[in-house]
Design a protein around this ligand. Structure first.
Ligand code: SF4
Ligand code: SF4
Length: 399
């Protein structure tokens, strides 16, 4: 094990193993980590040792009936498909699955791009800020687990429209979540050099600028390139091309800031998303999706009202998507919501192989791209089957 990042990953894996009942394996990881000189939580180490000592010596080192899959940084287990978890298990499930929390600090956007739900619903005429109660709940919960992954400050809004409020929120998050990677997506319309410097001072790690075309103007490289260079000049940054797919996508990195700043744009008519069936003409047509989707595992999306939805294609404040809201952080902790029955059912439905429920059945997001190999899918399917069997009381039937 080379880095502290690896060490964190192993400790999360050990926690999952322990929470899933695979005590001997968890203890083995903790012992290896301690022997390698990594900082391990002594209370948890002791708890795992006590649990191990309490097990029957004749059977405790035998492999248990557990199915745990590694997908990049994620550790997928039965915990993600079981809505009957204790408080500790809920946190372990959240930490091992979620890699991006998205928090919409305001509701307003100044544009109505035709490939965005904002073209059909009014997000332009007024603004509603996220309440302190909702914001603080998210930050408090993340701080309670020393959250060390991505926290994004945007949704279907333009975050820089209400800049002072945004910067205050970022500064609070920076203080409370020193390990988290803080990021905003912006259309860049409001971004001045002065704001750019204030963002650098706020503690944010990354700014991603999207170049959007004027209303109903078809995507074209010339206009996109011009906008990218104009914006880079305005911000006094040098732009370096890092990705290019002719006629479809381009991405530049802006050099010269202590933040990671990229500016990109793609042709959303071709590879956008129908956003949970709100925009049927956008993106590729999909007749019957069977490809598993990882979004309800890795995302935790909170809108300005505190509504949580299982993926960023859903808009929690419109009638068509209200049925897909899985909870509200004004009423429950992030961990309770992530582990509740509604959210768990989303993961069971979209992470397994086979037909997907509406609206995922026509979703083109990552429909062509395989996220994991067949062996990993097999483990995930088994973890789902085991969790469902636990729920039904038929665990012994799962092989
Ligand atoms: S795509 Fe972005 S800029 Fe365009 S309307 Fe939607 S949120 Fe606003
Ligand atoms: S299949 Fe599409 S709509 Fe369904 S959860 Fe995944 S990204 Fe969202």
């Amino acid at each position: 094990m080379e880095t502290e990042e690896d060490a964190t990953r192993y400790l999360v894996a050990a926690d999952i193993l322990f929470a899933n009942g695979w005590v001997a394996k968890a203890l083995q990881i903790y012992r290896n980590m301690a022997a390698d000189g990594h900082a391990v939580g002594i209370d948890k180490f002791r708890r795992i040792m006590q649990a191990y000592d309490a097990l029957d010596p004749a059977t405790r080192d035998l492999p248990g009936q557990r199915h745990i899959a590694f997908v990049g940084d994620h550790v997928v287990s039965t915990l993600h498909f079981n809505s009957n978890l204790n408080e500790y298990e809920k946190k372990v499930a959240f930490l091992s699955g979620v890699r991006m929390v998205e928090l919409e600090t305001s509701s307003q956007c100044n544009r109505r791009c035709h490939y965005c739900p904002n073209s059909k619903y009014d997000r332009i005429s007024g603004n509603t800020y996220i309440s302190d109660a909702v914001f603080n709940r998210v930050i408090d919960d993340l701080a309670s687990v020393d959250y060390a992954w991505r926290l994004h400050f945007h949704g279907y809004n333009e975050p820089l429209m209400h800049f002072d409020n945004l910067v205050t929120r970022i500064q609070t998050a920076r203080k409370r979540l020193p390990k988290a990677s803080l990021c905003i997506f912006t259309n860049g319309d409001y971004l001045t050099k002065d704001m750019f410097c204030q963002l650098e001072d706020s503690g944010i790690n990354a700014v991603i600028l999207s170049v959007h075309m004027p209303p109903n103007k078809p995507w074209n490289e010339r206009d996109v390139l011009q906008r990218i260079f104009d914006k880079a000049n305005e911000l006094d940054q040098k732009a370096m091309l890092t990705e290019y797919d002719a006629g479809k996508y381009m991405k530049f990195l802006l050099l010269g800031s202590n933040m990671t700043v990229s500016i990109h744009e793609g042709n959303y008519d071709d590879f956008g998303s129908n956003r949970g069936n709100l925009l049927p003409s956008v993106g590729e047509d999909v007749d019957e999706r069977t490809r598993p989707c990882f979004h309800p595992m890795m995302f935790f999306i909170v809108n300005y009202r505190g509504d949580v939805v299982p993926c960023c294609d859903f808009v929690g404040d419109i009638p068509e998507h209200r049925p897909y809201v899985v909870g509200n952080v004004a009423d429950a902790s992030l961990f309770d919501i992530y582990a509740n029955e509604k959210y768990t059912d989303w993961r069971i439905n979209v992470l397994s192989t086979g037909k997907k429920p509406v609206p995922c059945n026509t979703c083109s997001q990552f429909d062509k791209r395989k996220r994991f190999d067949d062996d990993t899918q097999n483990l995930i399917d088994k973890a789902i089957a085991e969790a469902v069997a636990q729920k039904d009381g038929t665990l012994a039937a799962v092989g």
